[in-house]
Write a protein that binds this ligand. Structure first.
Ligand code: PMP
Length: 432
Protein backbone atom coordinates (compact mmCIF):
# COMPACT_ATOMS: atom_id res chain seq x y z
CA UNK A 1 0.00 0.00 0.00
CA UNK A 2 1.26 3.48 -0.80
CA UNK A 3 -1.73 5.42 0.43
CA UNK A 4 -0.03 6.91 3.49
CA UNK A 5 -2.30 6.94 6.51
CA UNK A 6 -1.52 4.63 9.37
CA UNK A 7 -0.84 0.94 9.74
CA UNK A 8 -4.22 0.52 11.34
CA UNK A 9 -6.05 2.36 8.56
CA UNK A 10 -4.15 3.13 5.35
CA UNK A 11 -7.02 5.27 4.02
CA UNK A 12 -7.17 7.67 6.91
CA UNK A 13 -5.53 10.50 4.92
CA UNK A 14 -8.09 10.10 2.16
CA UNK A 15 -11.15 10.72 4.30
CA UNK A 16 -13.31 13.81 4.05
CA UNK A 17 -12.91 16.21 6.94
CA UNK A 18 -16.41 15.29 8.12
CA UNK A 19 -15.22 11.73 8.76
CA UNK A 20 -12.95 13.07 11.49
CA UNK A 21 -16.06 13.99 13.41
CA UNK A 22 -17.31 10.41 13.23
CA UNK A 23 -15.87 8.61 16.19
CA UNK A 24 -16.94 5.55 18.12
CA UNK A 25 -17.50 6.14 21.78
CA UNK A 26 -14.62 5.42 24.15
CA UNK A 27 -17.07 3.51 26.28
CA UNK A 28 -18.17 1.06 23.56
CA UNK A 29 -15.69 -1.58 24.70
CA UNK A 30 -16.91 -1.30 28.24
CA UNK A 31 -20.46 -1.85 27.09
CA UNK A 32 -19.44 -5.10 25.44
CA UNK A 33 -18.80 -6.27 29.00
CA UNK A 34 -21.91 -4.52 30.24
CA UNK A 35 -24.12 -6.54 27.91
CA UNK A 36 -23.27 -9.74 29.78
CA UNK A 37 -26.36 -11.18 31.52
CA UNK A 38 -25.00 -10.73 35.04
CA UNK A 39 -24.77 -6.96 34.51
CA UNK A 40 -27.96 -4.96 35.11
CA UNK A 41 -27.94 -2.52 32.24
CA UNK A 42 -29.64 0.79 32.95
CA UNK A 43 -27.75 2.04 29.89
CA UNK A 44 -29.58 0.92 26.78
CA UNK A 45 -32.56 2.79 25.36
CA UNK A 46 -34.04 -0.36 23.85
CA UNK A 47 -37.84 -0.49 23.75
CA UNK A 48 -39.36 -3.53 25.45
CA UNK A 49 -40.59 -5.16 22.23
CA UNK A 50 -41.45 -8.31 24.18
CA UNK A 51 -44.63 -6.48 25.19
CA UNK A 52 -45.85 -6.80 21.59
CA UNK A 53 -48.09 -9.72 20.65
CA UNK A 54 -45.58 -11.47 18.41
CA UNK A 55 -48.13 -14.04 17.09
CA UNK A 56 -50.29 -11.28 15.80
CA UNK A 57 -47.30 -9.61 14.10
CA UNK A 58 -46.41 -12.91 12.48
CA UNK A 59 -49.94 -13.20 11.12
CA UNK A 60 -49.76 -9.59 9.88
CA UNK A 61 -46.47 -10.20 8.08
CA UNK A 62 -47.75 -13.41 6.53
CA UNK A 63 -50.96 -11.84 5.32
CA UNK A 64 -48.99 -8.98 3.84
CA UNK A 65 -46.72 -11.29 1.86
CA UNK A 66 -49.56 -13.48 0.65
CA UNK A 67 -51.89 -10.65 -0.33
CA UNK A 68 -49.52 -7.84 -1.35
CA UNK A 69 -46.13 -9.50 -1.66
CA UNK A 70 -45.35 -8.08 -5.09
CA UNK A 71 -45.78 -4.51 -3.77
CA UNK A 72 -44.12 -5.09 -0.39
CA UNK A 73 -41.00 -6.52 -2.02
CA UNK A 74 -40.74 -3.83 -4.68
CA UNK A 75 -39.21 -0.31 -4.68
CA UNK A 76 -41.62 2.36 -3.54
CA UNK A 77 -41.95 6.13 -3.53
CA UNK A 78 -39.14 8.28 -2.09
CA UNK A 79 -41.67 10.13 0.04
CA UNK A 80 -43.15 6.92 1.41
CA UNK A 81 -46.31 4.89 0.93
CA UNK A 82 -49.34 7.13 0.59
CA UNK A 83 -51.66 4.92 2.66
CA UNK A 84 -49.13 4.86 5.48
CA UNK A 85 -48.79 8.65 5.26
CA UNK A 86 -52.57 8.92 5.70
CA UNK A 87 -52.39 6.62 8.72
CA UNK A 88 -49.54 8.69 10.19
CA UNK A 89 -51.98 11.64 10.17
CA UNK A 90 -54.10 9.70 12.66
CA UNK A 91 -51.11 9.03 14.89
CA UNK A 92 -49.92 12.65 14.94
CA UNK A 93 -53.50 13.74 15.51
CA UNK A 94 -53.03 12.34 19.01
CA UNK A 95 -50.58 15.19 19.73
CA UNK A 96 -52.72 17.79 17.99
CA UNK A 97 -50.88 17.92 14.66
CA UNK A 98 -53.14 18.50 11.67
CA UNK A 99 -51.45 17.98 8.31
CA UNK A 100 -51.94 16.65 4.78
CA UNK A 101 -50.41 13.36 3.56
CA UNK A 102 -48.24 15.46 1.20
CA UNK A 103 -46.60 17.13 4.20
CA UNK A 104 -45.17 13.81 5.40
CA UNK A 105 -41.93 12.11 4.44
CA UNK A 106 -41.53 8.54 5.67
CA UNK A 107 -37.97 7.78 6.78
CA UNK A 108 -35.88 4.86 7.99
CA UNK A 109 -36.51 5.71 11.65
CA UNK A 110 -36.58 9.31 12.82
CA UNK A 111 -32.78 9.05 12.97
CA UNK A 112 -32.75 9.28 9.20
CA UNK A 113 -35.09 12.26 9.33
CA UNK A 114 -32.54 14.00 11.59
CA UNK A 115 -29.88 13.26 9.00
CA UNK A 116 -31.97 14.53 6.08
CA UNK A 117 -33.01 17.74 7.82
CA UNK A 118 -29.41 18.51 8.75
CA UNK A 119 -28.23 17.68 5.23
CA UNK A 120 -30.77 20.10 3.77
CA UNK A 121 -30.18 22.95 6.25
CA UNK A 122 -26.58 22.93 7.42
CA UNK A 123 -23.28 23.90 5.87
CA UNK A 124 -20.07 23.25 7.80
CA UNK A 125 -19.73 25.81 10.59
CA UNK A 126 -23.46 26.55 10.83
CA UNK A 127 -24.72 26.60 14.39
CA UNK A 128 -27.37 24.24 15.73
CA UNK A 129 -28.80 25.11 19.15
CA UNK A 130 -29.51 22.02 21.24
CA UNK A 131 -30.58 21.34 24.78
CA UNK A 132 -28.01 20.72 27.51
CA UNK A 133 -27.94 17.70 27.55
CA UNK A 134 -29.20 16.45 24.16
CA UNK A 135 -29.89 13.22 22.30
CA UNK A 136 -26.57 11.62 21.47
CA UNK A 137 -27.74 10.34 18.07
CA UNK A 138 -28.65 13.89 17.00
CA UNK A 139 -25.30 15.22 18.18
CA UNK A 140 -23.63 12.57 16.02
CA UNK A 141 -25.57 13.79 12.98
CA UNK A 142 -24.80 17.46 13.62
CA UNK A 143 -21.13 16.64 14.02
CA UNK A 144 -21.10 14.53 10.87
CA UNK A 145 -22.29 17.61 8.93
CA UNK A 146 -19.63 19.69 10.69
CA UNK A 147 -22.13 21.93 12.47
CA UNK A 148 -21.14 23.90 15.51
CA UNK A 149 -23.23 22.61 18.39
CA UNK A 150 -24.23 25.14 21.04
CA UNK A 151 -25.94 23.83 24.16
CA UNK A 152 -28.73 25.78 25.84
CA UNK A 153 -29.64 25.30 29.51
CA UNK A 154 -32.60 23.22 30.64
CA UNK A 155 -34.52 23.12 33.89
CA UNK A 156 -37.23 20.79 35.19
CA UNK A 157 -39.47 21.98 32.36
CA UNK A 158 -36.92 21.52 29.60
CA UNK A 159 -35.30 24.18 27.44
CA UNK A 160 -35.10 27.54 29.27
CA UNK A 161 -36.55 30.35 27.10
CA UNK A 162 -34.30 33.11 28.52
CA UNK A 163 -31.23 30.96 27.88
CA UNK A 164 -32.43 30.31 24.34
CA UNK A 165 -32.83 34.04 23.62
CA UNK A 166 -29.44 34.74 25.10
CA UNK A 167 -27.77 32.00 23.05
CA UNK A 168 -29.31 33.39 19.85
CA UNK A 169 -28.02 36.87 20.65
CA UNK A 170 -24.53 35.68 21.60
CA UNK A 171 -24.08 33.39 18.60
CA UNK A 172 -25.31 36.05 16.19
CA UNK A 173 -23.12 38.70 17.78
CA UNK A 174 -20.17 36.41 17.00
CA UNK A 175 -21.20 36.58 13.33
CA UNK A 176 -22.38 32.98 13.08
CA UNK A 177 -25.49 31.61 11.39
CA UNK A 178 -27.97 29.59 13.42
CA UNK A 179 -29.83 27.09 11.24
CA UNK A 180 -31.85 24.99 13.63
CA UNK A 181 -33.16 24.89 17.18
CA UNK A 182 -33.32 21.18 18.03
CA UNK A 183 -35.63 20.25 20.88
CA UNK A 184 -37.22 17.13 22.38
CA UNK A 185 -40.18 18.67 24.25
CA UNK A 186 -41.79 15.49 25.59
CA UNK A 187 -40.13 12.95 27.90
CA UNK A 188 -36.67 14.09 26.92
CA UNK A 189 -33.79 11.80 26.06
CA UNK A 190 -31.69 11.88 28.22
CA UNK A 191 -33.06 14.48 30.67
CA UNK A 192 -36.45 12.85 31.33
CA UNK A 193 -38.25 16.23 31.54
CA UNK A 194 -41.21 17.65 29.60
CA UNK A 195 -42.04 21.16 28.45
CA UNK A 196 -45.41 22.40 29.67
CA UNK A 197 -47.77 24.24 27.28
CA UNK A 198 -46.63 27.74 28.28
CA UNK A 199 -42.98 26.77 27.89
CA UNK A 200 -43.69 25.41 24.42
CA UNK A 201 -45.38 28.65 23.37
CA UNK A 202 -42.48 30.74 24.64
CA UNK A 203 -39.93 28.63 22.78
CA UNK A 204 -41.97 28.77 19.59
CA UNK A 205 -42.33 32.55 19.87
CA UNK A 206 -38.56 32.93 20.26
CA UNK A 207 -37.85 30.71 17.23
CA UNK A 208 -40.43 32.58 15.17
CA UNK A 209 -39.17 36.04 16.03
CA UNK A 210 -35.57 34.99 15.39
CA UNK A 211 -36.57 33.36 12.09
CA UNK A 212 -34.95 30.03 12.98
CA UNK A 213 -36.50 26.68 12.08
CA UNK A 214 -37.54 24.61 15.09
CA UNK A 215 -36.72 20.92 14.79
CA UNK A 216 -39.13 19.12 17.12
CA UNK A 217 -38.14 15.52 17.82
CA UNK A 218 -41.00 13.55 19.37
CA UNK A 219 -40.41 9.79 19.48
CA UNK A 220 -41.80 9.43 23.03
CA UNK A 221 -44.82 11.79 22.88
CA UNK A 222 -47.42 8.99 23.12
CA UNK A 223 -45.62 7.25 25.97
CA UNK A 224 -46.81 9.49 28.80
CA UNK A 225 -47.87 7.99 32.12
CA UNK A 226 -50.62 10.43 33.05
CA UNK A 227 -53.42 12.09 31.13
CA UNK A 228 -53.42 13.19 27.51
CA UNK A 229 -50.23 13.22 25.43
CA UNK A 230 -48.58 16.66 25.40
CA UNK A 231 -49.64 18.82 22.47
CA UNK A 232 -46.83 19.08 19.91
CA UNK A 233 -45.29 22.49 19.17
CA UNK A 234 -45.95 21.78 15.49
CA UNK A 235 -49.69 21.86 16.26
CA UNK A 236 -49.35 25.64 16.60
CA UNK A 237 -47.10 26.40 13.65
CA UNK A 238 -47.08 24.49 10.37
CA UNK A 239 -44.52 26.76 8.70
CA UNK A 240 -41.83 27.21 11.33
CA UNK A 241 -41.61 23.71 12.80
CA UNK A 242 -40.28 20.47 11.35
CA UNK A 243 -41.81 17.66 13.39
CA UNK A 244 -40.20 14.21 13.65
CA UNK A 245 -41.97 11.07 14.81
CA UNK A 246 -41.30 7.35 14.92
CA UNK A 247 -42.92 3.95 15.28
CA UNK A 248 -39.81 2.67 17.08
CA UNK A 249 -41.31 3.07 20.54
CA UNK A 250 -45.01 2.62 19.78
CA UNK A 251 -44.64 -0.45 17.54
CA UNK A 252 -41.14 -1.82 17.00
CA UNK A 253 -37.71 -0.23 16.60
CA UNK A 254 -36.54 -3.04 14.32
CA UNK A 255 -38.99 -2.02 11.61
CA UNK A 256 -37.12 1.30 11.26
CA UNK A 257 -40.09 3.43 10.25
CA UNK A 258 -40.28 7.07 11.23
CA UNK A 259 -41.35 10.31 9.59
CA UNK A 260 -40.91 14.04 9.20
CA UNK A 261 -43.76 16.53 8.89
CA UNK A 262 -42.35 19.57 7.14
CA UNK A 263 -43.43 22.78 5.42
CA UNK A 264 -43.87 22.35 1.65
CA UNK A 265 -40.46 23.59 0.43
CA UNK A 266 -38.54 21.72 3.10
CA UNK A 267 -40.50 18.57 2.38
CA UNK A 268 -39.54 18.70 -1.33
CA UNK A 269 -35.86 18.93 -0.38
CA UNK A 270 -36.17 16.15 2.19
CA UNK A 271 -37.62 13.82 -0.46
CA UNK A 272 -34.77 14.61 -2.87
CA UNK A 273 -32.23 14.07 -0.11
CA UNK A 274 -33.93 10.78 0.87
CA UNK A 275 -33.88 9.56 -2.72
CA UNK A 276 -30.17 10.31 -2.94
CA UNK A 277 -29.53 8.43 0.30
CA UNK A 278 -31.75 5.35 0.07
CA UNK A 279 -33.97 5.71 -3.06
CA UNK A 280 -36.99 4.93 -0.92
CA UNK A 281 -37.70 3.69 2.59
CA UNK A 282 -38.32 -0.06 2.87
CA UNK A 283 -41.69 -0.89 1.33
CA UNK A 284 -41.80 -4.10 3.30
CA UNK A 285 -41.41 -2.33 6.63
CA UNK A 286 -43.85 0.44 5.70
CA UNK A 287 -46.53 -1.98 4.58
CA UNK A 288 -46.05 -4.05 7.72
CA UNK A 289 -46.67 -0.94 9.80
CA UNK A 290 -49.60 0.06 7.60
CA UNK A 291 -51.20 -3.39 7.88
CA UNK A 292 -50.66 -3.36 11.64
CA UNK A 293 -52.28 0.07 12.02
CA UNK A 294 -55.20 -0.95 9.81
CA UNK A 295 -55.97 -4.27 11.47
CA UNK A 296 -54.74 -4.13 15.08
CA UNK A 297 -55.78 -2.18 18.17
CA UNK A 298 -52.65 0.01 18.10
CA UNK A 299 -53.96 2.51 20.66
CA UNK A 300 -54.50 -0.36 23.11
CA UNK A 301 -50.98 -1.58 22.46
CA UNK A 302 -49.62 1.88 23.26
CA UNK A 303 -51.52 1.72 26.56
CA UNK A 304 -49.82 -1.62 27.27
CA UNK A 305 -46.43 -0.02 26.61
CA UNK A 306 -47.34 2.91 28.88
CA UNK A 307 -48.21 0.51 31.69
CA UNK A 308 -45.01 -1.49 31.27
CA UNK A 309 -42.87 1.63 31.33
CA UNK A 310 -44.77 3.28 34.17
CA UNK A 311 -44.24 0.24 36.38
CA UNK A 312 -40.52 0.33 35.57
CA UNK A 313 -40.31 4.08 36.12
CA UNK A 314 -41.92 3.58 39.53
CA UNK A 315 -39.46 0.79 40.41
CA UNK A 316 -36.58 3.08 39.47
CA UNK A 317 -37.84 6.13 41.35
CA UNK A 318 -38.78 4.19 44.49
CA UNK A 319 -35.41 2.54 44.72
CA UNK A 320 -33.52 5.75 43.97
CA UNK A 321 -35.48 7.42 46.75
CA UNK A 322 -34.75 4.59 49.16
CA UNK A 323 -31.10 3.99 48.36
CA UNK A 324 -29.24 6.93 46.87
CA UNK A 325 -26.76 8.74 49.11
CA UNK A 326 -27.38 12.35 50.09
CA UNK A 327 -26.40 14.86 47.46
CA UNK A 328 -27.62 12.68 44.58
CA UNK A 329 -30.56 14.08 42.61
CA UNK A 330 -32.56 12.87 39.62
CA UNK A 331 -35.37 13.97 37.35
CA UNK A 332 -38.88 12.53 37.61
CA UNK A 333 -40.01 11.47 34.14
CA UNK A 334 -43.73 11.67 33.37
CA UNK A 335 -43.24 9.41 30.36
CA UNK A 336 -40.61 7.96 28.08
CA UNK A 337 -37.56 5.90 29.02
CA UNK A 338 -35.09 7.98 31.04
CA UNK A 339 -34.15 9.70 34.25
CA UNK A 340 -31.11 12.01 34.46
CA UNK A 341 -29.12 11.66 37.61
CA UNK A 342 -26.74 14.18 39.13
CA UNK A 343 -24.00 12.73 41.33
CA UNK A 344 -22.86 14.33 44.57
CA UNK A 345 -20.25 17.09 44.23
CA UNK A 346 -16.79 15.83 43.26
CA UNK A 347 -17.95 12.61 41.62
CA UNK A 348 -17.38 11.83 37.96
CA UNK A 349 -19.74 9.49 36.10
CA UNK A 350 -17.24 8.67 33.34
CA UNK A 351 -14.49 7.79 35.81
CA UNK A 352 -16.95 5.77 37.88
CA UNK A 353 -18.26 3.63 35.01
CA UNK A 354 -15.58 0.87 35.06
CA UNK A 355 -16.18 0.49 38.79
CA UNK A 356 -19.93 0.35 38.24
CA UNK A 357 -19.52 -2.32 35.56
CA UNK A 358 -17.23 -4.26 37.91
CA UNK A 359 -20.11 -4.05 40.38
CA UNK A 360 -22.42 -5.40 37.65
CA UNK A 361 -24.45 -2.31 36.82
CA UNK A 362 -24.19 -0.07 33.75
CA UNK A 363 -25.41 3.42 32.78
CA UNK A 364 -24.47 5.97 30.15
CA UNK A 365 -22.18 8.74 31.47
CA UNK A 366 -23.48 12.27 30.98
CA UNK A 367 -20.57 13.41 28.78
CA UNK A 368 -22.06 11.45 25.86
CA UNK A 369 -24.95 13.89 25.73
CA UNK A 370 -22.82 17.00 25.42
CA UNK A 371 -20.67 18.17 22.53
CA UNK A 372 -18.41 20.17 24.81
CA UNK A 373 -17.25 17.68 27.47
CA UNK A 374 -19.80 18.84 30.03
CA UNK A 375 -21.95 16.34 31.96
CA UNK A 376 -19.25 14.63 34.01
CA UNK A 377 -21.36 14.79 37.14
CA UNK A 378 -24.35 13.25 35.36
CA UNK A 379 -25.53 9.93 34.09
CA UNK A 380 -28.54 8.63 32.23
CA UNK A 381 -30.59 5.81 33.69
CA UNK A 382 -32.92 3.91 31.33
CA UNK A 383 -35.74 1.94 32.84
CA UNK A 384 -37.32 0.79 29.58
CA UNK A 385 -35.78 -2.64 29.21
CA UNK A 386 -35.02 -4.45 32.50
CA UNK A 387 -37.79 -6.04 34.56
CA UNK A 388 -38.72 -4.04 37.72
CA UNK A 389 -36.82 -6.40 40.04
CA UNK A 390 -33.68 -6.06 37.95
CA UNK A 391 -34.07 -2.28 38.03
CA UNK A 392 -34.23 -2.38 41.84
CA UNK A 393 -31.16 -4.58 41.95
CA UNK A 394 -29.36 -2.27 39.52
CA UNK A 395 -30.09 0.78 41.65
CA UNK A 396 -28.91 -1.08 44.76
CA UNK A 397 -25.60 -1.84 43.04
CA UNK A 398 -25.27 1.70 41.73
CA UNK A 399 -25.93 3.20 45.15
CA UNK A 400 -23.16 1.00 46.59
CA UNK A 401 -20.74 2.22 43.90
CA UNK A 402 -21.60 5.85 44.59
CA UNK A 403 -21.08 5.30 48.34
CA UNK A 404 -17.62 3.87 47.62
CA UNK A 405 -16.77 6.80 45.32
CA UNK A 406 -17.79 9.19 48.05
CA UNK A 407 -15.41 7.45 50.44
CA UNK A 408 -12.61 7.71 47.85
CA UNK A 409 -13.25 11.42 47.42
CA UNK A 410 -13.33 11.83 51.15
CA UNK A 411 -10.03 9.97 51.61
CA UNK A 412 -8.02 11.04 48.54
CA UNK A 413 -9.77 14.20 47.45
CA UNK A 414 -10.63 12.63 44.09
CA UNK A 415 -12.22 9.52 42.66
CA UNK A 416 -11.14 10.21 39.08
CA UNK A 417 -9.68 7.22 37.33
CA UNK A 418 -10.04 7.83 33.61
CA UNK A 419 -8.71 10.45 31.24
CA UNK A 420 -11.25 13.19 30.63
CA UNK A 421 -13.59 12.59 27.73
CA UNK A 422 -14.11 15.58 25.51
CA UNK A 423 -16.48 16.03 22.63
CA UNK A 424 -19.29 13.75 21.60
CA UNK A 425 -18.71 10.34 20.22
CA UNK A 426 -21.31 7.86 19.19
CA UNK A 427 -22.07 4.82 21.32
CA UNK A 428 -23.46 1.62 19.80
CA UNK A 429 -27.02 2.02 18.46
CA UNK A 430 -28.70 0.05 21.23
CA UNK A 431 -27.44 2.60 23.74
CA UNK A 432 -28.98 5.59 22.00
N1 PMP B 1 -34.71 10.96 18.67
C1 PMP B 1 -34.61 10.59 19.95
C2 PMP B 1 -34.75 11.64 20.99
C3 PMP B 1 -34.37 9.26 20.30
O1 PMP B 1 -34.29 8.92 21.60
C4 PMP B 1 -34.25 8.28 19.29
C5 PMP B 1 -33.98 6.82 19.59
N2 PMP B 1 -33.30 6.52 20.71
C6 PMP B 1 -34.37 8.72 17.97
C7 PMP B 1 -34.60 10.05 17.69
C8 PMP B 1 -34.23 7.78 16.80
O2 PMP B 1 -35.21 6.81 16.80
P1 PMP B 1 -35.62 5.96 15.55
O3 PMP B 1 -34.60 6.20 14.46
O4 PMP B 1 -35.61 4.56 16.01
O5 PMP B 1 -36.96 6.45 15.13
Amino acid sequence: MTTGGSRLDPWVDSYASRANAMRASEIRALFAVASRPEVVSLAGGMPYVQALPIDMLTATAERLLVERGATALQYGSGQGDVTLREQILEVIGEVGVVAHPDDIVVTTGSQMALDLVTRVFCDPGDVVLVEAPSYVGALGVFRAYECEIVHVAMDDEGLVPAALSEAITTVRAAGKRIKLIYTIPSFHNPAGVTQGPARRSEILAIAQSAGIALLEDDPYGLLGFEGEPPRAIRADDADGVIYLGSFSKTIAAGLRVGWAVAPHGVREKLVLAAEAAVLCPSNYAQLTVSEYLATQPWREQIKTFQEVYRERRDALLESLQALMPDGTTWTIPAGGFYSWLTLPEGLDATAMLPRAVANLVAYVPGTGFYADGDGRQNLRLSYCYPEPDRIREGVRRLAAVIETELELVHTFGTAHGLAPVTGTSVPAPDLL
